[in-house]
Ligand binder design. Structure first.
Ligand code: CMP
Length: 139
């Protein structure tokens, strides 16, 4: 078992539904702990930079518009196999395919408004954490 860190965004749809506390509860119940977290409102440049890997995809523009539409809660999670563990807590990217009880099944609407983001690999997590947090902010 590896102690890892991963990165989470509670997206504007879930924040608007007052879902931040419920997502954080599921993170903690899932055996992960928050080592950093704050609310922020993404600028267009931040959304485009964060999702740059998707810039050629047809949904990129709409995704960036959605991600800048309201406040988000960004956080860093730590625990055993944190990347895979958090993806289990989230459920499938498309809420329609997410297992019952997962964050996306509970709070997601569709594949774009899917309540929360989690890093897909340790390397990605390192980039995403560094995009929002200084090392000194990880407690
Ligand atoms: P997220 O984990 O934030 O990573 C990239 C996001 O792109 C993903 O969640 C979805 O919200 C979104 N996404 C992925 N595939 C599609 C798609 N086919 N149509 C619209 N949005 C998508």
């Amino acid at each position: 078992m590896m102690i890892e860190r991963t990165f989470s965004i509670v997206k504007p749809d879930a924040v608007a539904k007052h879902g931040v506390g419920k997502v954080v509860a599921r993170i903690e119940e899932g055996g992960l702990k928050l080592v950093a977290g704050r609310f922020t409102q993404l600028s267009r440049a931040e959304a485009e930079g964060f999702y740059a890997v998707h810039c050629e995809r047809p949904f990129f523009n709409d995704l960036c518009t959605f991600m800048t539409s309201g406040p988000v809660f960004v956080s860093v999670l730590e625990g055993e196999n944190a990347v895979a563990r958090y993806r289990e807590v989230l459920g499938a990217t498309n809420p329609a395919q997410a297992a019952a009880g997962t964050v996306r099944a509970l709070f997601g609407t569709d594949i774009e408004k899917n309540a929360a983001h989690g890093s897909d690999a340790v390397e990605t997590a390192r980039f995403e954490i560094g995009f929002f947090f200084q090392g000194s902010e990880l407690l």
